[in-house]
Design a binder for this molecule. Structure first.
Ligand code: APR
Length: 236
């Protein structure tokens, strides 16, 4: 890498992850073959209208997903990213709603699309609660008496953390993109906030197309192969 900014003491490494980093933990991605959106319509389970129309179907969809998340384990890629914190300031910005980064030991994780292990008041989104176990019941209510829904950002909803995420990307000394098709905005636009001179390393067996972005380095590999190798180099 010609730009060695990330080697300076206290360098800040920013990592943007998508479903691909959790694929080898057994969690389905969304748009790969046999992806989650092949089995379900986004309009039926991942929009505010779906919640209004059939909350039980939405609740069941996320209960099943939560069960899979709790049964999954972090993989070598999650653990490698946690290890990076021994030498660098690391911020992980994830589109994933699983908690595998946290369970692998990463301490600075920004969940753009929420996290499935918490619920939120359907009346006041900033009221959130931990969910014990995998099932969020239809009878559970917040302290205002409104039904609890998954603490997840649905299609058509605002992404509260996107401004914070963009500011973090603008200050990256090194940017790493792992396991995302970059199909969903505004997350897919974050790479454009990283300064031109900063290296942007993409780890994915099928590297997504990125337009008008300088200084891209491609690692065509699965996360559990490419990420530990990259971290080994960075920790060297
Ligand atoms: N290792 C690394 N990357 C992988 C692996 C793997 N083992 N397997 C698949 N991938 C890559 C695919 O090549 C693809 O680029 O992971 C990416 C998965 O893309 P998507 O399924 O579109 O997932 P993601 O980009 O995270 O979706 C973004 O869309 O549905 C919404 O809210 C949902 O957060 C999600 C957002």
């Amino acid at each position: 890498m010609e730009n060695q900014a990330h080697q300076k003491p206290g360098a800040h490494i920013v990592v943007l992850t998508g479903a691909g980093i959790s694929a080898e933990s057994g969690l389905k991605t969304f748009r790969d073959t046999d992806g989650l959106w092949e089995g379900y319509n986004i309009e039926d389970v991942a929009t505010p209208e779906a919640w209004e129309r059939n909350p039980a179907l939405v609740q069941d969809f996320y209960n099943q997903r939560r069960k899979s998340v709790l049964e999954a384990q972090p993989n070598a890629a999650h653990y490698a990213l946690a290890k990076l914190e021994e030498k660098y300031k690391v911020t992980i910005i994830t589109q994933n709603i699983d908690d595998l980064h946290e369970r692998a030991g990463s301490t600075n994780v920004v969940h753009l699309h929420g996290i499935i292990t918490r619920s939120q008041s359907s009346k006041r989104p900033t009221l959130t609660y931990p969910i014990n176990g995998w099932e969020l019941g239809m009878d559970e209510v917040c302290q205002l008496g409104s039904p609890l829904r998954p603490h997840v950002v649905w299609f058509g909803e605002m992404v509260p953390m996107i401004e914070t995420a963009a500011q973090i990307c603008a200050k990256a000394d090194l940017f790493i993109l792992i396991g995302t098709s970059l199909a969903v905005y505004p997350a897919s636009g974050l790479i454009n906030y990283v300064p031109d001179e900063i290296p942007k390393i993409i780890v994915d067996p099928k590297i997504p197309t990125v337009y008008n972005v300088a200084n891209i380095i491609k690692i065509e590999a699965k996360a559990t192969v490419g990420v530990p190798e990259l971290v080994g180099e960075l920790m060297g």
